[in-house]
Design a protein around this ligand. Structure first.
Ligand SMILES: Nc1ncnc2c1ncn2[C@@H]1O[C@H](COP(=O)(O)OP(=O)(O)OP(=O)(O)O)[C@@H](O)[C@H]1O
Length: 271
């Protein structure tokens, strides 16, 4: 794989993904070039993980094309690490599968676990790891083969402050050595500061950040059990929605119809 800016490592053209009759991606075009860091924002259920699975090559589009076969490291939104084996043994095993010698796999795996400060050390059994520590092993397995494309699904979530900073450094270093990085997150500020290019996934399509319609956040409490679209977060009885400013009045009327209390309407727009 050639290195350097504008070498496209992976390209999605008109990618559609349906689950049953339900379209989640409706025509996504995305060129991913070596050395760039692409951030993807989107509300819960907007299809970010679906998009990243297709980019990582672990899921096939229902329509359109996904081309390029870079060496890929992928961190899914939930890292499944239920095995009895230690973090180090697990990573060494994956390293050998990806073609590394045992000694090299051990050296790299140990290095990543130390850098991410895995609690319990490299011999900690996978199934005993907390969510954040399992996430560190997930990151280490993705970084192990020095991928040309790093696909990270909400990689900062669940990490402590120190490890979040290390991960930000690692993303920068990966791009500097010529890897492409694509990540998702829910925080527009983090996406803006970390990515060289940022998008928002809306209605199954990618929009460059900044070109999207202005939105506002509305916090509702209680009401009927009907599903909302545009959910950003749920806390107990509270649901936080992000909606286009143009739809604000209609949504507030709907909230009243459903018997919800309107706790706040955040007037910051265009995020
Ligand atoms: N394997 C599947 N089968 C059926 N529906 C699915 C499957 N995977 C995802 N979906 C649906 O596709 C939609 C998009 O899901 P996805 O996980 O991609 O969203 P997301 O933007 O990553 O959400 P979140 O921010 O909550 O992680 C959701 O409605 C989800 O229920």
């Amino acid at each position: 794989m050639g290195r350097g800016f504008w070498v496209v490592v992976r390209e999605l053209a008109g990618v559609v993904k349906n689950f049953g009759a339900r379209p989640v991606l409706r025509g996504v075009d995305l060129s991913v070039a070596a050395g760039e860091v692409i951030g993807v924002l989107g509300t819960n259920g907007s299809g970010k993980s679906t998009l990243l699975r297709i980019l990582a090559g672990v899921s096939k589009p229902s329509g359109g094309t996904a081309s390029g076969r870079p060496r890929t490291g992928y961190v899914p939104d939930r890292f499944p690490a239920r095995q009895r084996m230690s973090a180090l043994s697990y990573l060494c095993h994956l390293g050998r599968i990806s073609g590394l010698s045992t000694a090299e796999a051990r050296r790299r795996a140990g290095g990543w676990l130390e850098r991410f400060a895995l609690a319990g050390g490299p011999d900690a059994p996978l199934r005993d790891l907390s969510k954040g520590n399992a996430q560190k092993v997930g990151l280490a397995q993705a970084l192990l083969p020095e991928p040309d494309l790093l696909v990270l699904d909400e990689p900062w979530s669940g990490l402590d402050a120190g490890t979040r900073a290390v991960l930000t450094e690692v993303v920068g270093e990966s791009a500097a050595r010529g890897a492409a990085v694509v990540f998702t997150d829910h925080r527009p500020d983090l996406v803006r500061t970390t990515a060289t290019r940022a998008h928002r996934l809306v209605d199954g399509r990618l929009q460059p950040l900044g070109s999207e319609v202005p939105t506002c956040r509305i916090l509702l409490r209680g009401g009927t059990d009907e599903e909302w679209s545009g959910v950003v977060a749920r806390r107990g009885d509270d649901v936080e929605l992000e909606v286009a400013v143009a739809e604000r009045e209609a949504l507030l009327l709907e909230a009243i119809r459903r018997g919800c209390a309107v706790i706040s309407v955040d007037s910051r727009v265009g995020r």
